[in-house]
Design a binder for this molecule. Structure first.
Ligand SMILES: Cc1cc2nc3c(=O)[nH]c(=O)nc-3n(C[C@H](O)[C@H](O)[C@H](O)COP(=O)(O)OP(=O)(O)OC[C@H]3O[C@@H](n4cnc5c(N)ncnc54)[C@H](O)[C@@H]3O)c2cc1C
Length: 364
């Protein structure tokens, strides 16, 4: 059986690895001239680590990812609002490295660049996977009337420091007024950081001075991280989301996956995590059910509620995170967070990170 995967982002390449694990022949068709990920770091939450484990790649990712350090949420003076013990955490990696690890599990012949798919009709395959991102043409062809992705109200800057920081540097999220700053140490000591702020859409400045203006006076180590960042490495993206989910993730022999199916705000760090989950569930369904239509029905039934739920929670996390900018609202939110026992915070997080991956093997 042969699958054609449209789009070679993290979702498409992870799906290719998963499908090969259950005995499918795959080809990933990517429009860009080469495979890889631009961008800074990315956080793999425990659910994604389980999906990567099913792909046989979790240890490799752990080796290049965040060491076991504690983490938490702080206010902009650095006062702790929520503490999370070491071990309960996200594993952050450089996006390019994660993509490389996934690609390393695929033979070269599966990866085709410079190929923009304009219609899936002519693809010679038993299954077509639309993994072509938030502006998915595959989704548009399946559901032409579905409203397009919308601006989610915030813009985000990201980069990675050029120099390593102390090994014990903690994972952190700092909530200011209408702005948040995230700190995610990578395995080699460099630090991935992001800053998100409420702003009108369309801003393009990647000037580090803008980030300094927003958060450069916040608690240690934020100013030091910005000082250690080469200005020409800063990326900026407006945050968009697919607010109206498609009525199905499947139609005929086509399945949607990742941002093509459920582009969500990044406030829970779950977009790529759930994209990787998608590929594992799709492959497991194809291995378990006798026919592609049966497997796709199962895939849709499993994944659509999950995509909708995580996207909704992510939107909510933004609303109570950096979308709050009135000082009274921020103080009230911070008071509630500080009063919350750690166990309650961890439980809240585990409502979406507790996802278990199906095992992948050709005979299941
Ligand atoms: C600021 C920010 C921070 C984020 N942080 C996190 C995080 O910490 N953790 C997390 O899990 N997620 C995070 N995300 C979300 C994550 O980046 C995305 O959800 C994820 O990368 C989606 O992967 P994908 O493979 O579905 O789509 P994409 O990465 O968009 O890949 C789609 C691919 O398809 C190709 N393509 C498109 N059209 C065609 C076509 N017609 N033919 C052939 N190829 C095509 C594109 O070139 C691209 O390579 C963040 C997002 C943002 C904006």
């Amino acid at each position: 059986m042969r699958a054609a995967i449209v789009g070679g982002g993290l979702g498409g390449v992870a799906a290719a690895v998963a499908l090969r694990k259950v005995g499918w022949d795959v080809v990933v068709l990517e429009r860009a001239p080469e495979f890889g990920e631009v961008g800074a770091g990315i956080g793999m939450m425990p659910n994604a680590m389980r999906a990567l484990d099913a792909l046989g790649l979790a240890d490799q990712v752990r080796r290049i990812g965040t060491p076991k350090v504690a983490g938490g949420v702080r206010d902009l003076s650095g006062r702790s609002l929520v503490r999370v013990a070491a071990g309960e955490h996200v594993v952050a990696v450089h996006r390019a490295d994660l993509h490389r690890v996934l690609r390393s599990a695929l033979p070269e012949r599966c990866l085709v660049t410079d190929t923009e798919v304009t219609s899936t009709d002519d693809l010679d395959a038993d299954l077509v996977v639309g993994a072509d991102g938030i502006r998915s043409r595959v989704r548009e062809a399946l559901f032409p009337d579905l409203p397009r992705p919308v601006y989610a109200g915030a813009t985000a800057w990201r980069s990675v420091t050029a120099v390593p920081f102390a090994r014990e540097l903690e994972i952190g999220q700092t909530l200011g007024l209408g702005t948040e700053f995230g700190i995610l140490p990578l395995g080699d000591g460099r630090v991935y950081w992001y800053a998100a702020t409420l702003a009108p859409p369309g801003g393009t400045s990647t000037d580090l001075a803008e980030v300094r203006r927003l958060a450069g006076h916040w608690h240690h180590p934020i100013p030091a991280l910005l000082d250690a960042t080469p200005p020409d490495t800063v990326l900026r993206h407006d945050v968009h989301e697919l607010r109206t989910p498609p009525p199905s993730y499947v139609r005929g022999r086509v399945a949607l996956l990742g941002d093509a199916a459920h582009a969500m705000t990044p406030y829970l760090g779950q977009g790529a995590c759930t994209a990787i989950e998608d590929g594992v569930v799709l492959a497991s369904a194809l291995a378990r059910f006798g026919t592609v239509p049966e497997a796709l029905t199962h895939y849709d039934r499993e994944r659509r509620p999950r995509g909708r739920k995580v996207a909704r929670m992510s939107r909510l996390a933004g609303r109570f995170g950096h979308h709050l900018r009135h000082p009274l609202a921020v103080t009230a939110r911070n008071t509630v967070l500080r009063a919350l026992p750690t166990s309650a915070a961890v439980r809240g997080m585990s409502t979406f990170t507790a996802w278990r991956a199906p095992q992948l093997s050709p005979d299941r």
